[in-house]
Design a protein around this ligand. Structure first.
Ligand code: CA
Length: 364
């Protein structure tokens, strides 16, 4: 949540929220105690003590921690590139995630109902946030949080921000909610089922199942789901009010020529989780679908390359069938599809732009 970085997590997903799925097999994501990082940590420890963190907590937190090169690489690779709303929806709310969301909702029906009763946030909204943030708990991230955040505090573009997150992470450990080796998450420090950064956790996490710990990391999502509802309630969620409804005369149209929406009071509340119109519309739409609603009624027009989703999918199918693998045919032209297009262009002696086009589609 509150993606620590504007895009953050979703390296392969939404352009606006950051939730990187960690890959333990990637050697660049293994912490190592470099000289520069170690010197920074030695100095930071004094500031942590001054902030009220006990020495034994600090020592346990940094045991085995280190600099994570892959975290810096991801932080620097964030581009200002902005996905279309259509692409964003195809990533966060395709039919497969609607179906998975309905199944997850059914499994957690009792917990979600109790959470809605206490916080007033609809069960399907909480479930949709769970889906967008971690694919219903399947992408919680496994990068050690102390290592990730200390790397960004030491070497990142926003050192002060991440140092405050690091202090907050130590407060969580000091409270005994989680053991240091279980405190893991995204490369940007977002943790657990609902991808809370440490300061949001301190502000909003709750022990809903009553076992004495606020556990957003474990298999059982109950505390995390309640914590998300607690966060939204604290941000001003209005019981019974809408987030947005599709309305051809509505004032919000992220993609020219695409669906329009009339927003309600809870739209800005969802944006407190991630400050993006696409995020709030994606969460709200996924929630409507989980609750049994249908797809958006309006269609999207051609994209900036003049292509519709059907045409992009056809291009992906033809490229893949010809040996230029696009890694799926979802109609979203991401890095894999662009690489496949560039390879195809090179094979035909064309400039390797990686851009899709109708001309390219006609060459098969
Ligand atoms: Ca608990």
């Amino acid at each position: 949540m509150l993606a620590a970085t504007p895009l953050s997590a979703c390296a392969d997903a939404p352009a606006m929220s950051a939730r990187p799925g960690a890959r333990a097999a990637d050697p660049d994501l293994v912490p190592r105690a470099t000289a520069g990082w170690s010197a920074w940590v030695a100095s930071f420890k004094g500031r942590a003590r001054s902030a009220g963190i006990r020495a034994d907590v600090i020592d346990a937190a940094f045991r085995g921690a280190g600099f994570v090169p892959g975290v810096v690489a991801r932080d620097r690779n964030q581009t200002e590139f902005r996905r279309s709303f259509e692409d964003y929806l195809n990533i966060v709310a395709p039919e497969s995630k609607v179906e998975a969301g309905r199944a997850a909702f059914a499994r957690q029906r009792r917990a979600l109902a109790a959470i809605e009763a206490r916080y007033g946030v609809p069960a399907e909204i909480v479930c949709a946030i769970w889906g967008v943030e971690s694919n219903y708990g399947q992408r919680r991230g496994d990068i050690p949080t102390i290592s990730a955040i200390s790397t960004l505090a030491y070497d990142g573009r926003r050192g002060a921000f991440f140092e405050s997150q690091l202090i907050a992470a130590l407060r969580i450990l000091q409270a005994g909610d989680v053991a240091p080796d279980r405190m893991v998450g995204s490369w940007a420090g977002a943790m657990g089922h609902t991808q809370f950064i440490p300061t949001s956790y301190l502000q909003s996490a709750v022990d809903f199942d009553g076992d004495g710990r606020r556990d957003i990391w474990g298999e059982d999502p109950t505390d995390a789901l309640a914590s998300a509802a607690s966060y939204l309630a604290g941000a001003g969620w209005q019981r019974g009010a809408t987030w947005a409804v599709e309305d051809p005369s509505g004032g919000l149209t992220p993609d020219a020529g695409g669906p329009s929406f009339r927003t309600g009071p809870n739209f800005r509340v969802i944006k407190r989780y991630n400050n993006s119109d696409s995020y709030a519309l994606g969460v709200g739409h996924l929630a409507d679908r989980i609750a049994g609603g249908g797809p958006l009624r309006a269609s999207f027009g051609p994209d900036r390359f003049g292509m519709t989703k059907d045409q992009r999918q056809e291009l992906q199918r033809r490229l893949t069938a010809t040996g230029f693998d696009t890694d799926g045919t979802d109609g979203v032209i991401g890095p894999k599809s662009r690489a496949a297009i560039a390879a195809f262009q090179r094979s035909r002696g064309l400039p390797a732009t990686g851009d899709p086009s109708l001309r390219l589609l006609a060459m098969f």
